[in-house]
Design a protein around this ligand. Structure first.
Ligand code: GLT
Ligand code: MN
Ligand code: MN
Ligand code: MN
Length: 388
């Protein structure tokens, strides 16, 4: 059955199923719901976990006593419904103080406030069980690059990330960080625009082993890039710490649509990669949906949306298994062998240099060999359409 169960590790953010349907041109179309009711709803649809920003759970400006009461109630709801909190994050974009960035703001008061807010949010996340901490720097960027040297901004961002890694270690937290890229929106240009930028930035940190990425389908697609390639690069380096699944049309604003509702083929190839049906290592972390229902929907429509994300993922996983088990597919993609060339590839040696330069290959014959990828892609399409 394609009905989701907690064993599937599907998670949603409070801000996703709790999204009231506001957009830049119109107010909410759905009432705000209490985080505890969201937990109950998620349990009913078969989800595994819930993630949140500090401000999703405890309204900005709440007193310490209010915070403690909210956390206590939320914990009880989690226990009552068997829902876990795998990931938490900080809202460093909503308040006016972050209008010109948080960690990259030119104002040291803003950077200091951002650090303090993040540490408090980390404390709360850890208290509720989070093992992964996401950083989405939505305001870390510019509307006019005349305002600061981007190199200075990157330095400040590094300084803050290093500070927070030390904080986590100092507190004895069992926490890894996952950086989420986006090219633009809400800023004209956001620093570290893609997962590739993030992967390099991580190598410049003081504790690179603590930090990985949280790629999002919509964000990489906005950049016009292959999401599958970005995720694969992160996986190959052991850096896929978390993932934001959703749907997106290329060249648009950040749509955050139901998973698989756009570019089903890319979604298929993504699930195939994550599930390792072609033989590669499987992603074992939570499958997080950072998406929200159409603004046209009421509460029932929101739960329909949530079920849709999860069912589509499971159906695609089943389709991917069938595709990779298809003998015709295996025949086309099987590993090619050539004893001479294989012995000359791999690690460098002076011997191999000689061998490679002396190699005589029928370049023309190889150049005209057909690879069968038209057939392969058609088989993929037919599996996807349920015709095989
Ligand atoms: C915001 C953003 C998402 C991020 C969230 C985590 S906040 O909804 O659009 O892509 O993942 O900060
Ligand atoms: Mn996201
Ligand atoms: Mn979004
Ligand atoms: Mn998004």
């Amino acid at each position: 059955s394609f009905d989701p169960t907690p064993a599937d590790l599907f998670t949603f953010g409070l801000w996703t199923v709790g999204n009231p349907g506001r957009d830049p041109f119109g107010g909410p179309t759905r009432p705000v719901i209490d985080p505890c009711d969201i937990v109950e709803g998620l349990a009913k649809v078969g989800a595994y976990g819930v993630n949140f920003h500090d401000d999703d759970l405890v309204r900005f400006g709440s007193s310490a006593a209010e915070r403690d009461r909210i956390v206590r109630d939320f914990k009880k709801a989690l226990d009552d419904h068997g829902i876990v909190v795998p990931m938490a994050t900080t809202n460093l974009f909503g308040q006016p103080i972050f209008k010109d960035g948080a960690f990259s703001s030119s104002d040291p008061r803003v950077r200091a406030f951002a650090l303090a807010k993040t540490m408090r949010a980390m404390d709360m996340g850890v208290e509720l069980g989070a093992k992964t901490y996401v950083f989405w720097g939505g305001r870390e960027g510019t509307d006019t690059d005349a305002c600061r040297d981007p190199r200075t901004a990157l330095g400040w961002m590094r300084e803050c990330m290093d500070f927070l890694c030390e904080y986590a270690v100092d507190q004895g937290y069992d926490l890894k960080f996952a950086l989420e890229a986006k090219p633009n929106e809400p800023r004209g240009d956001i620093y570290l625009a893609t997962t590739g930028h993030m992967l390099h930035f991580i190598t410049t940190l003081a504790r690179p082993e603590m930090v990985g990425v949280n790629p999002e389908v919509a964000h990489e697609t906005m950049s016009g890039l292959s999401f599958v390639h970005g995720v694969a690069q992160a996986m190959e380096q052991g850096k896929l710490f978390h993932i934001d699944l959703n749907g997106q049309k290329i060249g648009r604003y950040d749509q955050d649509l139901r998973f698989g509702s756009e570019d089903l083929k890319q979604a298929f190839l993504l699930v195939r990669l994550l599930e390792g049906t072609a033989g590669g290592e499987r992603y074992t972390g939570p499958r997080h949906f950072d998406a929200h229902a159409y603004r046209t929907e009421d509460r029932a429509g929101v739960w329909e949306f949530a079920r849709g994300c999860m069912r589509t993922y499971k159906i695609l996983a089943e389709r991917a298994r069938a595709f990779d088990a298809d003998p015709e597919v295996q025949a086309i993609v099987k590993e090619r062998k050539d004893a001479t060339c294989d012995s000359l590839l791999g690690g460098y040696s002076a011997e191999k240099v000689k061998g490679l330069k002396a190699l005589e290959l029928d370049v023309e014959a190889i150049g005209v060999e057909g690879l069968g990828y038209e057939r392969l892609d058609q088989i993929l399409t037919e599996h996807l359409m349920g015709a095989r």
